[in-house]
Ligand binder design. Structure first.
Ligand SMILES: CSC[C@@H](O)[C@@H](O)C(=O)COP(=O)(O)O
Length: 366
């Protein structure tokens, strides 16, 4: 997608053919800065510190992290060291484990001398595949939007609510939850997006609003608490969110606050869809609430807030009374019963084991 008219992806190999360039998402929406990762340790820090974030992009960065590790030292020991350190950076998004397992599985099959080239090639392939996957999600989601818009008599504004950032900035391009919105916009459907600000890190206000604005999609940022009220007043036609890990039974883990939106949607008869690539499905898990590891982040993300001052500087300020403790879980789990459907690259599934297995029959054999 575009930033100030220039087509970009979120991650790419630098002109020197080995450094890995990323957009520094901690500077958005105020500054568009890129950074070059030159070691697996820098890739690990970028994921941990959320310079890159969003489940598919975390996976891609992990893959390039292993490529950087293989460039430095392609021994088994270094592969295992980098794998373990990268995996530990963010525990909830399963795409990271998927990408690291994919690369490690391939790298251990070849001689150390062949590992660097293979790792770079496979990391690039993972990125290209993610773009195609997101486009397919977009096409399936577009059908849902078009059908609902037509059923409602083609109103002049079709309101979609989303939480956090599951757009192209969270992936390589297009996004998951936002891909259907971009495609609806391109198809001439008058889509308007309610963008949850998504405290504490404000990925909605800073990233989703930024990328929708850059693409010209009509949107309004709302405080996280407004969704229920808007739904009660008929102002939300559809909710679409992304996910960091979805169980084999269709429970969905996503940014903290998603569960409350799903409850409000259920209570108000608003369709609540989750968009996801196959890399986000954790086939080993049954019960999302009990089994998905929920990342707990530094309370400073809650107690401090960063923004732009009147004279254009970025500043971070403390917003809590001195001495008040804060707690900061990053994700919550929405039970499958609250999910209208899972929009995948293979089509739309019921949020259930059977629903997912219909789309991914090869998983039955495992
Ligand atoms: C397509 S991205 C899906 C999720 O990763 C997204 O909704 C989300 O919760 C991102 O969380 P973040 O903590 O910003 O990495």
């Amino acid at each position: 997608m575009k930033i100030y008219g220039k087509s970009m992806r979120t991650i790419w190999v630098a002109a020197d053919s080995w450094g890995v360039e990323i957009i520094d998402q901690t500077r958005l929406p105020f500054e568009v800065e890129t950074r070059t990762l030159r070691s697996w340790q820098e890739a690990a820090s970028a994921i941990r510190d959320m310079v890159v974030r969003g489940a598919p992009l975390i996976g891609a960065t992990g893959a390039y992290g292993l490529a950087l590790a293989m460039r430095e030292d392609s021994s088994d020991e270094n592969l295992e060291r980098a794998y373990a350190a990268l995996l530990a950076t963010r525990p909830t998004a399963v795409n990271l484990r998927w990408a690291l397992d994919d690369l490690r599985g391939r790298l251990t099959q070849v001689a150390p001398s062949a590992r660097m080239g293979l790792a770079y090639r496979r990391a690039a392939e993972i990125c290209d595949e993610d773009v195609e996957t997101c486009k397919a999600i977009g096409r399936h989601g577009l059908s849902i939007i078009r059908d609902l818009w037509e059923q409602k008599g083609k109103p002049p504004r079709f309101n979609v609510l989303t939480h956090c950032n599951a757009g192209w900035l969270a992936c390589i391009d297009w996004g998951t939850a936002l891909a259907p919105i971009y495609m609806a916009f391109e198809a001439g459907i008058p889509v308007h997006v309610w963008v949850d600000e998504t405290r504490p890190r404000n990925q909605g206000a800073s990233l989703t609003a930024f990328e929708l604005g850059q693409h010209g999609v009509d949107h309004t940022v709302i405080a996280d608490n407004q969704g229920g009220h808007l739904m009660q007043h008929g102002l939300v036609d559809l909710a679409i969110v992304g996910t960091d890990r979805t169980t084999a039974t269709g429970d969905v883990c996503n940014k903290i606050g998603t569960y409350l939106k799903a409850l409000a949607a259920h209570d108000n008869g608003v369709p609540f869809y989750v968009a996801l690539p196959f890399t986000t499905i954790d086939w080993t898990l049954e019960d999302g609430v009990k089994e998905i590891p929920i990342e707990e982040r530094d309370a400073r993300e809650l107690s401090h807030i960063t923004g732009r001052t009147a004279d254009g500087r970025l500043a971070t300020v403390d917003i809590l009374p001195k001495g008040s403790p804060a707690l900061n879980y990053g994700f919550d789990v929405t039970p499958a019963r609250l999910v209208t459907g899972l929009i995948t690259e293979r089509g739309v599934a019921n949020a259930s084991r059977n629903g997912l297995l219909k789309l991914y029959p090869e998983q039955k054999a495992k």
